[in-house]
Design a binder for this molecule. Structure first.
Ligand code: CDP
Length: 223
């Protein structure tokens, strides 16, 4: 660590495909911070329910599942690995169906509170970049830097389509719009701009430009 600098907590929130994960990973790497992908927790719960043949909209089943899963994040050869109950599920949690299940389980207040302490523990010592939907508003309300990353629906659909070209662009756009509505419209910890967050629109901008902007904001706050 450079003398005189502090290891701050950086919260990055925003809708699906706004670039959160990519930006958060680069910012963390350049600052020598750890990166925590909180979406992986909701995805882990969604995946476990799917495998058990249970319905992610069932609040009781989802809450019970969330409270019995243990998560571990680990860096291996430059990529973030996520273990759920000791089993590496890094690839399995990435699918679009798991994303939808994650968004469905994320609606339940019981699931959110079961996952809250894990997230706070991961952020407690600073030197962390954490991304999600409610990091600046609920999980780390005292984060020294809060960023809300956004991009137009069309641009986010194009990005997601480029990552997984198997699904028609129009269908990707429709799925994203539905997820936006579910994430922003829910009663508990909806996706919204924290009062003290920096709003960053990534539409038409390169990852590098956005990473530099976030690092500059972090430097202003002592990182
Ligand atoms: O990568 P993408 O934005 O598609 O998804 P993600 O960040 O992995 O999150 C998957 C789902 O988990 C989201 O649609 C949210 O409903 C939920 N989530 C949440 O509610 N709160 C968080 N802090 C992180 C994710």
């Amino acid at each position: 660590m450079i003398p005189g600098r502090v290891r701050i907590a950086i919260a990055i929130d925003g809708p699906a495909s706004s670039g959160k994960g990519t930006v958060a990973r680069f910012v963390a790497a350049r600052l020598g911070y750890s990166y925590v992908d909180t979406g992986a927790l909701y995805r882990g719960v969604g995946l476990a329910l799917m495998r058990a043949g249970m319905d992610p909209t069932d609040a009781e089943a989802a809450t019970e599942m969330a409270s019995k899963l243990a998560f571990r994040f680990e860096w291996r050869e430059g990529s973030l690995r996520v273990a759920v109950n000791g089993v590496d599920e890094s690839e399995a949690i990435r699918g679009e169906a798991v994303g939808r299940a994650a968004s469905a389980v994320a609606v339940h207040p019981g699931v959110r509170s079961a996952l809250l302490q894990t997230q706070r523990d991961l952020g407690a010592r600073g030197g962390v970049v954490m991304d999600g939907r409610d990091i600046g508003t609920v999980v780390l309300p005292n984060a020294q830097l809060k960023v809300y990353l956004d991009a137009s629906l069309d641009e986010r659909a194009r990005r997601r389509h480029a990552e997984a070209p198997g699904v028609a662009l129009e269908e990707v756009r429709r799925q994203l719009a539905a997820r936006d509505q579910q994430d922003s419209g829910r009663a508990t910890a909806p996706l919204k701009l924290a009062e003290d967050a920096e709003y960053v629109d990534t539409t038409g901008r390169s990852v590098e430009e956005v990473v530099q902007q976030v690092i500059a904001l972090a430097r202003e706050r002592g990182a």
